[in-house]
Design a binder for this molecule. Structure first.
Ligand code: FEO
Ligand code: CA
Ligand code: CA
Length: 657
């Protein structure tokens, strides 16, 4: 989902462009080591120069790349097929309640059906089952299109209250699906009946853990705006709360947000639609559920914005909000285990000029945890309690010389003032670090980035890659964000000192710039060797070391000036050693491509098509749901629906081979 409408990138007027160019030239003259602006540059000492790694990556992918697309379908290379697996409204047990194309399913139905806005996703093996034949998919549902969700669309402006049934259905469309899927003898995957199938919604009871509990308590209902995801080596799912500010608001007209609320974008309307020139709040959950009313002193806004751990194997397990990982607009959570057993989680905060973080656990993970007779279910979250609830959180500063520093966020460190008394609202204690994380990171001197989205770690080199999707409102270029008008986005990578993820120093460079490699203006030119793209968002290495890049150009720019040649949102394969890019999949009209998971044999790839049919102004039409797209089911489907698709090779071979 695009974060807000006012971040929509556009090609700037020529005067701005000239100013931006002058600034960029000055910057390039001032900063050494930014040759990546012009061409892909290899690491001086990293795996790219390693002979074995070169051999391993020479034949990373062999499919025939596809052209850009403006057709209303999912396109994959010759020899591949993309099949719809799990659409918004599909029942979690594969049977009932059935989806109704006029959106007349009730809130109760929705609680047993796929939510909207499919996003991050992970695939889990089921103990005792062949994971290449059967497994669990955990899928995030990021947000709701409040027009397509109901037969009569969005409700008129207050004073008429949002009906309770609509609020319930909207809350049930957020959260997570856990579904069991299986492959038939023809190689086709489907959702099957399962004791493990469940929905986690904005009303599911959850536990809060970690340092923030002294400030916000230990329980809350629900998780919302579940964007991207991650997983732990103890086989739990990490779902990340991103634009939680969108579901909070108030009808108190003179409401003024606090300093902390402002830092998180919490304000009166939440996410809104523009209808006939009026800003109409989209959700208005607060009219039926005071937890979401910012004027209520006990509102839940400080209980959202976290990484939430879920045990996919146990449908009765209670999701846990891990506050030690900080509170911000979490994109994904990329976890690795350091050589000494400590666990490191890399995370991005997706808003313009926000930061890249990492958490380093105090405890160490034993790769052979004892299992209970009842299986791994409670075990998984118990491991999380000991590993993800205590540790240090750091934020990244990218310096112009190509080095970087992880700045610890703690009271009394890196200029972060200690809290002097209960009444001191500027100082920080340990709980404040975990609730007011953005404020602490700013004080510490983190580098404001061009909207950090997903991070992914190379499976062999352990280098970390982050997508920076776009930013047109940067005041000045800096080394890690060298485009003042960064309408196409870029990808930065780094390696930690001594290749130890717990290190506090690193070396970094720009890996790829979005845009067209043949663009006449170097400020907009990409260094990609191969197929072009814009606005990288989803980013995930597969086990072979191919970096899969998924794009999220805002619906307002698709096909518009500066984006004419780029077509619809897409997914590409990239070779981290050579910088080669090859387009693998393109989506239908008005969608973004996000989320990727694979079976261990890499013969099935699961991809999410989010918000097909989203109009340029993000306001769908209840009277004409098919205005933009009829994907996935054509006229009989009733309306466009976010969906998980399975991509496989017709000859049954490994994806990419
Ligand atoms: Fe949910 Fe930043 O994408
Ligand atoms: Ca995203
Ligand atoms: Ca995005």
């Amino acid at each position: 989902m695009s974060t807000t409408k006012n971040q929509v990138p556009t090609v700037p007027p020529m005067r701005d462009l000239i100013e931006a160019m002058a600034s960029r030239r000055a910057f390039i003259q001032a900063v050494a080591g930014t040759s990546a602006m012009a061409a892909f540059s290899e690491w001086p000492t990293a795996h790219a120069a390693d002979k074995d790694e070169r051999a391993a990556t020479e034949t990373l992918f062999q499919f025939r790349g596809i052209p850009t697309s403006s057709s209303d379908t999912v396109v994959v290379p010759d020899g591949y097929v993309a099949e719809v697996l799990y659409r918004w409204g599909d029942p979690i047990d594969g049977q009932s309640p059935a989806f109704k194309g006029d959106a007349s399913n009730t809130a109760e139905d929705q609680e047993r059906q796929a939510g909207m806005g499919h996003d991050g996703m992970e695939y889990f093996a089921i103990p005792g089952q062949d994971p290449n034949q059967r497994g669990l998919l955990a899928i995030n549902h990021e947000y709701t299109d409040q027009v397509l969700l109901f037969p009569d669309g969005v409700d008129p402006l207050p004073p008429a209250k949002m009906p309770l049934e609509k609020v319930r259905k909207s809350k049930a469309s957020h959260g997570v699906s856990i579904v069991e899927i299986a492959k038939d003898t023809q190689g086709r995957w489907s959702v099957v009946p399962s004791q493990r199938a469940r929905r986690v919604t904005a009303d599911t009871p959850a536990r809060i853990s970690g340092p923030a509990t002294v400030k916000i308590g230990t329980s809350v209902r629900g998780t919302v705006n579940n964007c991207a995801a991650g997983r732990t080596p103890w086989q739990t799912y990490l779902t990340c709360e991103e634009n939680f500010q969108s579901v909070f608001g108030t009808n108190v007209s003179d409401f003024q947000p606090s300093v902390t609320q402002k830092a998180y974008g919490l304000d009166r309307l939440g996410f809104f639609y523009k209808i006939d020139g009026n800003k109409v709040p989209a959700y208005r959950w607060w009219e039926q559920d005071p937890r979401f009313d910012l004027s209520d002193p006990n509102n839940d806004s400080e209980r959202f914005g976290y990484v939430v751990e879920i045990d996919p194997m146990d449908p009765s397990s209670v999701p846990v909000k891990r506050t030690a990982l900080g509170r911000f607009r979490h994109e994904n959570a990329e976890l690795t285990v350091a050589p000494d057993g400590r666990v490191v989680v890399y995370m991005g905060d997706d808003e313009v000029d926000q930061y890249v973080y990492k958490f380093v656990s105090e405890g160490k993970w034993d790769s052979k945890p004892s299992t209970t007779a009842s299986g791994t279910s409670i075990q998984g979250l118990r491991v999380g309690d000991s590993i993800l609830d205590r540790g240090k959180i750091y934020v990244a500063r990218f310096d112009a010389d190509g080095t970087g520093t992880w700045l610890e966020l703690a009271p009394g460190i890196n200029n972060i003032p200690k809290k002097l008394s209960e009444k001191d609202i500027e100082g920080f204690d340990e709980a404040d670090i975990c609730v007011r994380t953005r404020e602490a990171a700013k004080i510490a001197g983190a580098t404001p980035m061009d909207r950090p989205e997903w991070l992914s770690i190379h499976p062999r080199s352990r280098e970390v890659y982050v997508s920076l999707t776009n930013n047109k409102s940067r005041h000045a270029a800096d080394a890690a964000n060298p485009r003042v008008q960064n309408i196409y986005g870029h990808i930065v990578r780094w390696k930690e000192s001594d290749n130890d993820p717990t290190a506090t120093r690193f070396q970094w460079q720009v890996f790829l710039f979005g845009g067209n490699p043949s663009h006449e203006d170097p400020a907009y030119r990409s260094n990609a060797k191969g197929d072009f793209f814009a606005c990288p968002d989803g980013l995930k290495f597969d086990a072979a070391g191919t970096l899969w890049i998924q794009t999220d150009m805002s619906s307002s720019v698709i096909g518009k000036p500066g984006f004419e040649e780029i077509g619809h949102n897409m997914m590409l394969a990239a070779n981290p050693s050579t910088g080669e890019t090859r387009r693998f999949l393109t989506g239908p009209k008005g969608c973004e491509i996000t989320g990727m998971a694979m079976t261990p044999d890499r013969k099935a790839m699961f991809i999410n098509i989010q918000h097909p049919g989203e109009p340029a102004d993000e306001l769908s039409d209840a009277a004409d749901p098919f205005k933009v797209s009829q994907w996935p089911d054509g006229p009989k489907g009733g309306r466009p629906r976010s969906a998980t698709v399975v991509v496989r090779k017709l000859d049954g071979d490994v994806i990419g081979s």
